[in-house]
Design a protein around this ligand. Structure first.
Ligand code: GLU
Length: 468
């Protein structure tokens, strides 16, 4: 039987880092075996499920490149099927109507708690003939003997005694099916062979297995993925920075870095850190996923991001840089090709957001100079080098890195000063600040006339400063 996995988010918020990692692992299991990956939106909680959350989840999956082969399925569109199976269980006496009042259940709960017992349904309606009326829930008749065991791919064998499990409500008053029931029916109908999900679902698994068995459905394999902690060892939350996957796009990370990072967060393959998607598909095994919780490490993510910005084809990164420029309102239609900016700046920044922010001078006029840099480099001593550099740069016929470098060298030689005395004022003049890649390749990306005009501005700045 071919492998079918699924990601089954409840659309109550954005796609968070933990969910994205679960989705990735599930996707990898399917891809590794040439199987199918299903996306299922678990939207039965109508009060908490929202369309913006559904959109955010789909957007996050697409951004990460986790394409699904089937779906998205929506549980709210499958109520008839759930009802059909609930009726079948009732008919076969594998489920029963429970008429217990909220007051009775509440009182029982309080008594159990007071006696130090785990609150559970006492089976009152299980054996009593139906009281009648239309106010009832439907409970699954859980086996009362024996145990349920499964071999979790991450956590090993897990066993629950059936006496620990009470009779779960599978339909509320009014007939709405409950979460655990819908999951079971869906996993069955969608032919899921491997359920990869968060460890918070471990306690649901034995209940779901019992229901699957009652329905005569095959039991899939399970893998419960551990939590992600912040770098302070506490459960990952907003306090630790970005928890929504799309926040990483906004913050200037490339999806390749985030995917690589999430894959390694809780899984390893020797001491390899960098994995192409093909390598992930080839090497990933659920059995190699860590049981222990993993701690988020932003520095490592930054390192990976820098690696991918540098090594991915610049044409692939350029549209993402364009997106960042759009966010800060920089019009890039007049200026160098963004591929060139990517190649030039990739090893100077950790994110594309930073890259956009330090690359404005390629597209916008330099109206003012960075205060600190100007104070240090746009002084009277810089006047002569700037005048000379302007003359030699202005005389260039073929504006490129080599001719620019030659003009800078010539300026230093003619004036008999060190390169820094020419380079730094020129850098501040041309880019507005004291940080830029090597001048020859930087100036090459700015039109010659623009560079000359910026030198004039710097000279003006120096004169005004001297007069002040
Ligand atoms: N809808 C559940 C959640 O978002 C996941 C259920 C499952 O994977 O079985 O936590």
């Amino acid at each position: 039987m071919s492998v079918v996995t699924r990601f089954a988010p409840s659309p109550t918020g954005y796609l968070h880092v933990g969910g994205a990692r679960t989705a990735l692992y599930s996707w990898l299991v399917a891809k590794a075996q040439g199987g199918e990956f299903v996306l299922r939106i678990e939207d039965t909680d109508r009060e908490r499920s929202t369309q913006p959350a559904i959109d955010a989840i789909l957007e996050g999956m697409e951004w990460l490149g986790l394409s699904w082969d089937r779906g998205p399925y929506y549980q709210t569109q499958r109520f008839e099927r759930y009802k059909e199976l609930i009726d079948k269980l009732l008919e076969e006496d594998k489920a029963y109507k429970c008429y217990c009042s909220t007051e009775r259940l509440e009182k029982m709960r309080e008594e159990q708690m007071a006696a130090g017992e785990k609150p559970r349904y006492d089976g009152h309606c299980r054996d009593n003939p139906n009281v009648g009326g239309d106010k009832y829930v439907i409970r699954f008749r859980n086996p009362q003997e024996g145990s349920v065991a499964f071999d979790d791919h991450i956590r090993g064998r897990i066993e629950f005694a059936n006496t620990e499990l009470d009779d779960l409500i599978i339909a509320r008053t009014g007939g709405t099916p409950t979460y655990n029931f819908c999951v079971v029916v869906d996993d069955w109908d969608m032919d899921i062979t491997h359920v990869v999900r968060g460890e918070d679902h471990i306690n649901n698994t034995p209940r779901q297995i019992n229901i699957l068995k009652a329905l005569g459905a095959p039991v899939p394999q399970y893998a419960h993925v551990s939590m992600i902690l912040g770098d302070d060892g506490k459960k990952l939350s907003k306090r630790h920075g970005a928890v929504s996957v799309m926040q990483y796009r906004d913050d200037g990370y490339v999806p390749e870095a985030v995917v690589n990072y999430l894959a390694r967060l809780g899984w390893s393959h020797g001491d390899q850190e960098i994995f192409s998607r093909e390598e992930l598909v080839e090497y990933f095994k659920l059995d190699d996923v860590n049981k222990a919780a993993s701690a988020f490490n932003t520095e490592k993510l930054n390192w990976l991001n820098q690696h991918y910005m540098k090594t991915l084809p610049a044409e692939q990164v350029a549209p993402q840089l364009q997106w960042q420029f759009d966010q800060i309102g920089v019009d890039t239609s007049n200026g160098p090709a963004l591929e060139k900016v990517v190649s030039l700046q990739a090893d100077r920044v950790k994110t594309l957001k930073e890259m956009a922010s330090i690359s404005r001078y390629f597209f916008e006029s330099v109206d003012e100079f960075d205060e600190k840099a100007a104070k240090k480099h746009l002084r009277l001593v810089a006047k002569e080098p700037l005048v000379k550099a302007k003359e030699l740069l202005g005389a260039i016929n073929d504006w490129n890195a080599a001719t620019i470098q030659a003009a800078i060298n010539q300026t230093a030689a003619d004036l008999d000063v060190g390169m820094g005395k020419v380079g730094m004022p020129l850098r501040v003049a041309a880019t507005g600040g004291g940080n830029s890649p090597s001048l020859d390749v930087t100036l090459e990306l700015i039109p010659q006339q623009t560079v000359l005009a910026r030198i004039d501005l710097a000279l003006e700045f120096i004169s005004q400063r001297e007069q002040a």
